[in-house]
Design a protein around this ligand. Structure first.
Ligand SMILES: Cc1cc2nc3c(=O)[nH]c(=O)nc-3n(C[C@H](O)[C@H](O)[C@H](O)COP(=O)(O)OP(=O)(O)OC[C@H]3O[C@@H](n4cnc5c(N)ncnc54)[C@H](O)[C@@H]3O)c2cc1C
Ligand code: SF4
Length: 497
C-alpha cells in the first residue's frame, strides 16, 4: 500500500459540525490543519429534481446516511451522516443556542464554570454570523408550520418559527437530502471550504484508524484512504494536536479501538439520543407537507420539562408508515394524503446507553427509563392536542399498532391504555455524550476545554462531549463548543509543539 505523509500542527478527524469549525478556526489562527474525513463529497438534489427519486439517487450514490440500531427496549435506530460536512449535510438546518438551563446545570451541577451565559453567547454569535442563521419567514414556512402555529396559538402555548442556517432558502422541502440551491449553510458549504481556502488540507474517503501517541502525548493519526477505483493508500499525519470529531458513535468507536483516553472507563458510556415520538394528522384542507421548509415551527411550552416539539413534514413514502391500518382503511387515508402532515416531540433523555466496539463496528445498547417513557407519553399528548386544536380530522400517533384518533378524549384514553415502552416506535438523529466532559478524570473523558484527561494534545470536539442531554437540536451547540476548544488550542499551541 502506498503511503501519503503529512505534517501539520493539528489533524482533525471528521468534517461535521465539530470538525469543520475547528479546522476553519485553527487554520485562520495560522496553525496548519489536515482534515481526515471517511466519507466522500455529498451530492445534492438538483433544482427541480423529483424529491422521492432524487432522495434515493443521492443517498444510494453518496452512502452519506449511516446508522445503527440501538438494541434495547424499544429498539432505536440511530442515524448520522458520513460525508464531507458530516450530519450537517443531511440535516434540517434547525439551530438553537445551548439553552441557559443546560449551561446552568453544567456550571452549578458539574463545576464547568467556564460556560458562563455571556461567554457562550459570544461564541454562538460568531457561529450564527458565519452560517447566516435567521428565522423562517411566512412565505417559505409551508402549511405544516402554519397549522402547528394555529394549534399552538389556540392552546395559548409558547412556540415560534424555527431559526436555521439557510438564508436564501426557497422552501423546496429537500433539506435532508441536500439543498438543491446550496441555501443551507451546512459544513461542506461553509466552514470546510473556508478552511481549505485558508490552507487546510482535506483527505476525503480517509478513515482514521490509529491515533499515534508518545509518552502520554498525541503524535498524529494514521488513516486509510480508499479511492473510487478501490486503490488504498495509507495516510499518516504527524501532528502534536489531534481533534477527534467523528460524531458520538464513531468517535467512541475510534477511541475504544485504539484503547486510548479511557482510564475512566467512560468512553462509549452515557450515550444520550434525544428519542422522539411522531404524530401524523389529516386535515380537510390541502397541506401538501412536502412544500415549504420541512422543520419550520416549534412549540417549547414543555421545554423546562425537557420536551421540544417540532414540525416534521415527512415525504409520502415515509409519512405512509405513520398512517395506520391496512387494505381499504389505509388506502382511504392515503387518498387524502394532500391533507397530511406530521410533527415530533423530542425529549431530553435521562436514559443512558452505550457504544461498544465489536471489531470495526459499533454496537449500541440503549433502553428508555420509566421517566423518559412518561415524558414521551406527554409529548404524544401535546402533539395530539395541537393537531386537534388546529382542526385536524384524524390524528395518528406512530406506534407498533397504530390507530386513528378522532378526538382529544380518545387520545387521552389511548395514551393511558395502550402506550408502553415496548409499543413505542422511536428513533434518533442526535447521538451524544459518549466522551463526556467533566472536572473529575475518573468519571469523564475530556476536561472543560475538551482535552483528554489522559493524553496531552488529544481533543474531542463533537457531540460526544456533552455531559447531559442538550434539550434542543444540537448542531449549533456543537459548533459553539468547537469554537471554545479551538480558542484554547490556539492559546496553548506552544505547549503542544
Ligand atoms: C437526518 C438528520 C437531521 C438532523 N437535523 C438536525 C437539525 O435540524 N438541527 C440540528 O441542530 N441537528 C440536526 N441533526 C443532528 C446534527 O446534524 C448532528 O448532531 C451534528 O452534525 C453532529 O456533529 P458532530 O460533529 O458530532 O458529527 P457529524 O456532523 O456527524 O460529523 C462527523 C464526521 O466524522 C466522520 N468520521 C467519523 N469517523 C471517522 C473516522 N474514523 N475517520 C474519518 N472521519 C470520520 C463522519 O464521516 C462524519 O462526516 C440532524 C441529523 C441527521 C442525521
Ligand atoms: S427548504 Fe430551503 S434549505 Fe431546505 S433544501 Fe429547500 S431551499 Fe434548501
Amino acid at each position: 500500500m502506498k503511503e501519503i505523509k503529512e505534517k501539520a500542527d493539528v489533524c482533525v478527524i471528521g468534517s461535521g459540525a465539530g470538525g469543520a469549525v475547528c479546522a476553519k478556526e485553527l487554520q485562520e489562527a495560522h496553525l496548519s490543519v489536515v482534515i481526515m474525513e471517511k466519507g466522500g463529497d455529498f451530492s445534492r438534489l438538483e433544482p427541480g429534481e423529483d424529491l422521492f427519486k432524487g432522495s434515493i439517487r443521492v443517498l444510494a450514490k453518496t452512502r452519506a446516511l449511516q446508522g445503527n440500531v440501538g438494541i434495547g427496549n424499544p429498539m432505536i435506530p440511530v442515524a448520522y451522516g458520513s460525508c464531507v460536512g458530516g450530519s450537517t449535510a443531511l440535516n434540517a438546518g434547525t439551530s438553537w443556542r445551548v439553552p441557559q438551563k443546560v449551561l446552568r446545570t453544567w456550571r452549578d451541577g458539574l463545576g464547568l464554570e467556564v460556560f458562563t451565559d455571556d461567554y457562550v453567547s459570544g461564541l454562538s454569535e460568531r457561529v450564527e454570523r458565519f452560517i447566516d442563521i435567521g428565522t423562517v419567514s411566512d412565505d417559505i414556512m409551508g402549511m405544516s408550520g402554519k397549522l402547528m402555529r394555529k394549534g399552538v396559538d389556540a392552546l395559548g402555548w409558547s412556540g415560534g418559527p424555527v431559526k436555521r442556517n439557510a438564508s436564501g432558502c426557497k422552501g423546496c422541502g429537500a433539506c435532508v437530502v441536500g439543498c438543491p440551491y446550496d441555501a443551507k449553510k451546512a459544513m461542506h458549504l461553509s466552514y470546510v471550504p473556508r478552511a481549505i481556502e485558508l490552507g487546510a488540507r482535506l483527505h476525503k474517503k480517509t478513515r482514521a484508524e490509529r491515533i499515534l501517541t508518545r509518552h502520554q502525548r498525541v503524535a498524529g493519526v494514521e488513516g486509510i484512504r480508499t479511492d473510487e477505483d478501490g486503490r488504498r493508500w495509507k495516510v499518516t499525519v504527524k501532528s502534536p494536536v489531534v481533534v477527534v470529531a467523528g460524531g458520538a458513535v464513531s468517535s467512541a468507536l475510534l477511541l475504544l479501538r485504539n484503547g486510548i483516553a479511557n482510564s475512566s472507563g467512560q468512553v462509549g458510556r452515557n450515550l444520550r439520543v434525544h428519542p422522539g415520538v411522531v404524530v401524523g394528522a389529516i386535515f380537510d384542507e390541502d397541506v401538501e407537507c412536502w412544500k415549504g421548509v420541512p422543520q419550520s415551527y416549534y412549540c417549547d411550552e414543555f421545554l423546562e420539562e425537557g420536551i421540544i416539539i417540532l414540525v416534521g413534514a415527512l415525504p409520502p413514502p415515509i409519512g405512509a408508515l405513520i398512517i395506520p391500518d391496512t387494505g381499504a382503511v389505509h388506502k382511504g387515508f392515503m387518498a387524502r394524503y394532500r391533507g397530511f402532515t406530521d410533527a415530533g416531540a423530542l425529549i431530553s433523555d435521562t436514559s443512558s446507553g452505550r457504544v461498544r466496539a465489536v471489531g470495526h463496528n459499533a454496537l449500541i445498547t440503549y433502553s428508555l427509563t420509566d421517566a423518559d417513557v412518561q415524558r414521551l407519553k406527554k409529548g404524544f399528548g401535546a402533539l395530539i392536542k395541537i393537531y386537534f386544536a388546529a382542526g385536524a380530522k384524524s390524528v395518528f400517533p406512530l406506534m407498533q399498532r397504530g390507530i386513528a384518533l378522532g378526538t382529544i378524549k380518545q387520545g387521552e384514553e389511548f395514551i393511558e391504555g395502550h402506550v408502553s415502552r415496548s409499543s413505542l416506535i422511536t428513533g434518533s438523529v442526535h447521538p451524544m455524550g459518549t466522551a463526556r466532559m467533566g472536572r473529575d478524570r475518573t468519571s469523564s473523558v475530556v476536561d472543560m476545554f475538551l482535552e483528554s484527561h489522559d493524553v496531552k494534545g488529544l481533543f474531542v470536539c463533537d457531540a460526544s462531549v456533552f455531559p447531559t442531554s442538550i434539550a434542543v437540536n444540537p448542531q449549533e451547540s456543537i459548533m459553539t463548543l468547537a469554537m471554545h476548544a479551538s480558542e484554547h488550542i490556539v492559546a496553548h499551541m506552544p505547549d503542544y509543539s
